[in-house]
Design a protein. Structure first.
Length: 349
């Protein structure tokens, strides 16, 4: 798991919640989770930014707001027919109960980046549920070698990012250290069968595939393609974030067409500007006689590498460009600006 720079570990919000008796039980790369009671958790999406398994000593303004609002939009609106872990406000059916917590106990709670959810930790699946409507990403090299991805045979000689007739399921492990490991669907079902969850897991996979296809069609009408997506589930319930720039690859359909013609990757509507910058950083480290270029070629488990990355300042124009991408994507998907959505659907004052 990527380590968070010391200067980002204690912020004003965490101190505020701690002063009111709410304990932080987990700090991820982007999200902080607080224990409210045995059945409920408060999840706060921060503006932290991570690339290549490193959490940078930088923030992207409004990133956490976009992640929160998009998850809210999909779960409470467009994909509300699918079970999810959000808890609805007792005052307004459009709001999350983070609104109630603000009204009743925590007047300073920034609900634009907060969601209260069911505590479903004990039911979480031990795998990342990854679906792809386009062949690319971490499974593309495997496909080039074997013609398969996730244990499934695909048509031969597909160019990178080609659209597949049907989405495919390519699960991965959840590793505490280092990168997640791609596995095939047979291994997934065998593992779930050993837990006595074979039938349930089949239903879960079908549910997510149906959800993804519906979201894909919805976004395509807006001129956006959801190339692939990663979800987490607790049984037949969708948990964590859903269909955000941090969990899915979004591209403009027009750019995807041009990218195919030009033989390049499409421009992803996410933190790609930060990745591009990170890939070009000159480091003080060497591999043989050659200086290592790019954070992507460093080891997040190496303390010297970690300290070097945490010392870097991300250029302002890179940060601003990333914020612009997140906001553009949100408005294209929902049809309204972020602030308007927050006011109407989340109760943000």
């Amino acid at each position: 798991m990527a380590q968070v720079p010391d200067q980002l570990k204690e912020d004003i919000l965490s101190q505020y919640l701690k002063s009111h008796g709410y304990c932080r039980v987990n700090q991820g790369k982007v999200r902080d989770t607080y224990f409210l009671n045995r059945k409920e958790l408060l999840v706060v999406a921060t503006d932290r930014i991570s690339i290549f398994d490193f959490v940078l000593n930088a923030t992207v303004p409004q990133k956490g707001e976009v992640l929160t609002a998009l998850t809210h939009f999909w779960m409470m609106n467009e994909l509300g027919e699918f079970n999810n872990h959000l808890i609805t406000s007792k005052y307004f059916v459009t709001h999350n109960s983070a609104f109630d917590l603000k009204e009743e106990k925590l007047p300073e709670l920034p609900i634009e980046r907060c969601l209260i959810v069911q505590n479903m930790k004990d039911d979480l699946y031990p795998f990342e549920m990854i679906f792809r409507h386009h062949i690319g990403g971490s499974v593309f090299k495997q496909y080039q070698k074997t013609g398969m991805a996730g244990g499934q045979k695909l048509p031969p000689d597909l160019p990178k990012w080609s659209k597949l007739i049907e989405p495919i399921f390519t699960p991965s492990t959840k590793e505490e250290v280092g990168h997640d490991i791609n596995i095939d669907s047979d291994y997934f079902f065998k593992s779930m069968n050993e837990k006595g969850l074979r039938n349930e897991s089949i239903q879960v996979v079908e549910m997510i595939k149906t959800l993804y296809k519906k979201a894909y069609a919805f976004a395509e009408e807006k001129g956006i393609l959801i190339i692939d997506t990663k979800l987490e589930v607790a049984g037949l319930t969708i948990v964590d974030e859903i269909l955000t720039p941090d969990s899915s690859r979004f591209v403009l359909k027009e750019d995807w067409v041009k990218a195919k013609e030009e033989g390049r990757d499409p421009n992803f509507l996410d933190k790609q500007p930060v990745r591009n910058w990170g890939s070009s950083v000159e480091t003080p480290f060497y591999k043989g006689d050659n200086k290592i270029i790019g954070i992507n070629n460093l080891d997040p488990e190496n303390l010297s590498h970690l300290n070097f990355v945490h010392s870097l300042d991300v250029p302002v124009e890179v940060i601003e460009g990333t914020t612009a991408r997140y906001l553009e994507l949100f408005q294209m998907i929902t049809g309204i600006p972020l602030k308007e959505y927050q006011t109407k659907n989340m109760g943000v004052n």
